[in-house]
Write a protein that binds this ligand. Structure first.
Ligand SMILES: *Cc1c(COP(=O)(O)O)cnc(C)c1O
Length: 461
């Protein structure tokens, strides 16, 4: 399998090159040249597999000759042994709803599914090449800690994570800043998540800097992250249907950067019987407005009780745009240029209808989110975190949909308490965080300042 850029300016690269490249060198995003087609017999067989066995099957066709079957097996087993549930991503039925719990990893959010795998994959590839990698990423909360936990203590990796100062939940902040390993560098920037993302993009686009410092990404722009997330769509479908390929299911996905839901789109393209992908946003609704109007237009970021979705520029959206524009890089480039110059892009009506045939989008208000947490708790005793609640609310008209539970409710104690009067009991991974020692640098939201900090920090290592 080879990988290409959405903007057409990169000669096809291998899986390991795509993983190490992160963002494509032409400013686009990397995608596989084609999707492996999964036939019905294979789907039926996969439906019987446990999560780890299934992960090996789903990922295998994408790695080409870069990993042996044994290496992939070892990666998968190590990555998912850190989860506190034997099924890794269990599907629960509660109060008449299907919930796919993706939060059993070390940081209690779904990003662990991808980042435990990516961290181990990086390590393997670096050992092979004898190289060193400096990971740079921006987080709105959950990515940062999940990325840090993916690579903490590794010899061949330093990690720099930018989070918006005081705009992540106290627990999220602590999860990052209490990791004191020498290779972990937390930076709180005085700005928003979008500022962080912009700085990261700018530094990656400084090709001299990128090469000299071997910068790599862990944000959802890394193909390996999307790939790892494809697995649980197949897994959940198997649990619900028992492998009956006549049965389509819908998935409701609390969406920010479009990574998680794009993984669902990939699963659908591979042949998974998916009815609708329900794109659930909070009041930062650029994506739901796009699905419903065909116009993708920037607004201001508004803080909500589901902060990991407080995003306006969705970094993975360009990947979907590539398929929507019939895999024509020239059209993608044109639209992204429009976006860069006018803050807005628009697709024609026939394309908008195509979008609507795949996605159903809803934007959910803060009051609705709280009401959903309350309602689900009263009905079934099950506690939703605010992100998951956005997804459950958006799926109100799809009672059979599988709702992706993207964070453990104990991570967002205040919002949960406001809705139901109590906090969810924390998993072991979240206990005692507030008492631990922390380390973090507060810097202004300026690419030059961040670049200097990275250089001086690495000079001391
Ligand atoms: C990151 C995150 C999301 C959004 O996922 P995307 O892949 O960015 O769309 C939703 N919920 C939680 C809890 C998250 O951490």
């Amino acid at each position: 399998m080879r990988y290409i850029s959405t903007r057409g300016g990169v000669d096809p690269v291998t899986f390991s090159q795509a993983v190490m490249m992160g963002l494509a060198t032409d400013g686009g995003l990397l995608l596989p040249e084609s999707f492996p087609a999964i036939d019905q017999a294979t789907l039926q067989r996969w439906a019987k597999l446990g999560f780890k066995e299934l992960a090996i099957e789903v990922i295998w066709p994408y790695v080409g000759e870069d990993l042996t079957r044994e290496e992939l097996t070892d990666l998968v087993v190590r990555s998912y042994s850190t989860f506190d549930h034997p099924e890794v991503t269990p599907l629960v039925e509660t109060g008449g709803r299907r919930i796919l719990e993706l939060f059993h990893g070390p940081t209690a959010a779904f990003k662990d599914v991808a980042l435990q795998f990516l961290g181990n994959l990086f390590e393997l590839l670096l050992e092979r090449s004898g190289g060193h990698l400096n990971i740079l990423g921006a987080t709105s909360g959950d990515t940062g800690s999940a990325a840090i936990y993916g690579v903490r203590g590794q010899q061949r990796i330093d990690i720099f994570i930018l989070h918006p100062y005081k705009r992540v939940s106290p627990i999220q902040e602590r999860q990052m800043t209490t990791v004191l390993d020498a290779n972990v560098h937390n930076i709180a920037i005085q700005g928003t998540f979008d500022d962080g993302q912009r700085i990261v993009k700018e530094l990656f686009n400084d090709l001299t800097f990128k090469d000299e410092y071997t910068l790599g990404a862990v944000n959802s722009i890394n193909w390996a992250r999307i790939l790892a997330q494809v697995v649980y769509y197949f897994y959940a479908w198997g649990r619900v249907t028992g492998g009956d390929t006549q049965q389509q299911v819908s998935f409701s996905v609390p969406t920010g950067n479009f990574g998680d839901i794009f993984a669902g789109y990939v699963a659908k393209r591979m042949g998974l019987p998916v009815n609708r992908l329900i794109l659930a946003t909070n009041r930062n609704d650029i994506l739901s407005r796009f699905v419903n109007s065909g116009v993708y237009q920037l607004g201001d970021v508004q803080p909500t009780i589901s902060p990991s979705m407080d995003i306006q520029i969705s970094s993975n959206f360009e990947r979907y745009l590539y398929y929507l524009m019939d895999q024509n890089p020239a059209k993608v480039k044109e639209l992204m240029k429009q976006m860069a110059t006018t803050g807005k892009l628009e697709v024609p009506e026939d394309k908008r209808r195509e979008v609507e045939s795949v996605f159903h989008a809803e934007s959910v208000t803060e009051a609705e989110t709280r009401a959903q947490i309350t309602e689900t708790y009263q009905k079934s005793g099950y506690i939703l975190d605010p992100h998951t609640a956005v997804g459950v609310k958006a799926a109100a008209n799809f009672p059979e949909a599988i709702c992706l539970a993207t964070a453990h409710p104990a991570k967002f104690g205040d919002a949960v308490k406001e809705a139901i009067g109590i906090e969810a009991p924390p998993p072991v991974s979240l206990q005692g965080l507030m008492e631990k020692e922390t380390r973090c640098e507060i810097l202004s939201a300026d690419a030059g300042v961040i670049q200097d900090y990275i250089k001086s920090t690495l000079a001391k290592r």
